[in-house]
Design a protein. Structure first.
Length: 471
């Protein structure tokens, strides 16, 4: 058993990997206009620069989680750090957008071995429910902080040195994390090895890839074109296949029994909605500030400082509220804040007062900062320790799916309306879509925290495993 100081050092190492992944995602968003100019990429190319990463990440998270449970969490975690760092270097050297997207795919392969595996390490390191709740709160706070600081760091680096050095940031941090992991983190595995599920993995990839392709490419090819119709049909067929095939397997890639818990199922849906709002927010805001208002990358990053600062404050505060009063209050406030912030931006143009933008950023930062801890805590609750990697991967996958869809849908809306209007006007319907995503967070936050919902979590925990991750 680990001593208390050693446990918290292990948590710090796990959070370090989470920090570089979150920082990378949002830093790249700020660099998109610069990447587009240098590599001659249009909106579709910029969407793929973001979504190739999040799509592959979402597709492989559950495979990586189950692989870590089987082969060893420390081993897979170190491998992920190495691949992520190498791919970051390759991204910085990409001569065209096609190779950049390819290297982002490789980066995502490494990234898929980090977050769910780190969460699994945390779950197996902190066996006391109170300490585990604190660790999960810190975990959620670090994730929110990293995602919010990315635009500032990215804007500063891009403005001073160009877009390529943003990928260099990952190298020293990744190497440091590898060294600390080898020194501090003990190896752990699931008591019983889970078998690989190739059919389930293929269905997940088809589901997410076909859906994302259809959304991104539809504005250019036409929503009724054979390629787009086939993409959406393949995605729907893959979803049906998952729902029919996975319950029949002894070791499914996606254990659908987790979704019998209302808090868990709601946490997954809230994650998708909240991160769709966040991904779309960053994508639209980056293009708006630099293309419609003429800001430099540094100025665009500095404009989002209020969002980052409020997120930094709200994230740990949310963890404490969840520990003392439960998830209902932070979820409701988060949903209301996301709705208000996105609604403020539904009518922006090139001359919108900066004060209005800053208010929207502050309110959005509050909502995003508050939402991470309760959804992380709810997703972990009731999961069996033997499947910690897979269960954590489902929760992490929902975040990446949400961010992928947010960028894809927001970009598709802008592309569809950009022909007869400027970028700011073309973004108005997209901001309404993000407002609706915030409303989903608010509604599910209310429904997922009732007494009946909590009882379903207890029943699910007993059915899955008497020794649950949380009571």
């Amino acid at each position: 058993m680990q001593t208390q100081p050693h446990r918290w050092r292990i948590l710090a190492v796990c959070c370090l990997s989470l920090f570089i992944v979150g920082l990378d995602v949002t830093a790249v968003n700020v660099a998109l206009p610069s990447i587009g100019r240098e590599l001659h990429a249009g909106i579709s190319g910029l969407q793929w620069t973001v979504d190739a990463y999040t799509l592959v990440l979402a597709s492989l998270l559950m495979l990586s989680g189950s692989t870590a449970d089987r082969l060893g969490r420390k081993r897979v975690f170190v491998a992920g750090l190495a691949v992520f760092s190498l791919a970051s270097l390759l991204c910085s050297l990409a001569p065209n957008v096609e190779l950049l997207v390819a290297f982002r795919v490789l980066q995502a392969v490494g990234g898929s071995m980090l977050n769910p595996v780190a969460m699994s390490i945390i779950a197996n390191t902190f066996t006391d429910p109170r300490e585990r709740a604190q660790a999960v709160g810190i975990w959620g706070a670090v994730f929110g902080i990293s995602m919010a600081l990315g635009p500032i760091v990215g804007g500063t680096v891009v403005d001073a040195f160009g877009w390529r050095p943003i990928f260099w940031i990952n190298l020293p941090v990744g190497l440091t994390a590898i060294a600390l992991t080898l020194r501090l983190v003990p190896e752990s595995r699931a008591p019983r090895a889970r078998r690989f599920d190739p059919v389930g993995q293929a269905l997940v990839i088809v589901l997410l890839a076909a859906l994302t392709y259809g959304i991104i490419e539809a504005p250019a090819l036409g929503w009724s074109s054979p390629a787009i119709v086939a993409a959406f049909a393949a995605s729907a067929a893959a979803l049906v296949g998952l729902l029919m095939y996975e319950p029949r397997r002894e070791d499914p890639l996606v254990d659908l029994r987790f979704f019998r818990s209302t808090p868990f199922a709601s946490a997954i849906a809230i994650s998708v909605a909240a991160f769709a709002a966040f991904g779309g927010f960053l994508f639209l805001n980056t293009l708006y500030l630099q293309a419609a208002r003429g800001y430099s990358p540094l100025e665009a990053g500095l404009a989002t400082v209020p969002l980052a600062l409020v997120t930094v404050v709200a994230s740990p505060l949310s963890g404490r509220i969840v520990g003392r009063r439960g998830p209902r209050l932070p979820l409701v406030i988060a949903g209301a804040a996301l709705v208000s912030a996105c609604a403020l931006l539904t009518g922006i143009d090139g001359g919108t007062p900066l004060a209005r933008l800053l208010v929207a950023y502050v309110v959005f930062g509050l909502g995003f900062g508050l939402v991470n801890a309760p959804i992380t805590n709810a997703a972990v609750s009731g999961m069996p320790r033997a499947q910690a990697g897979v269960a954590a991967a489902i929760a992490t996958t929902s975040r990446q799916v949400g961010q992928t869809l947010g960028v894809a849908v927001a970009g598709a809306i802008v592309a569809a309306h950009a022909g007869g209007a400027g970028l700011a006007a073309a973004s108005h319907p997209a901001w309404w879509m993000l407002t609706a995503a915030g409303a989903v967070v608010l509604l599910l936050g209310l429904l997922a925290t009732t007494r009946r919902a909590r009882e379903s979590a207890r029943r699910t925990a007993v059915q899955l495993n008497p020794e649950a991750l949380a009571t």
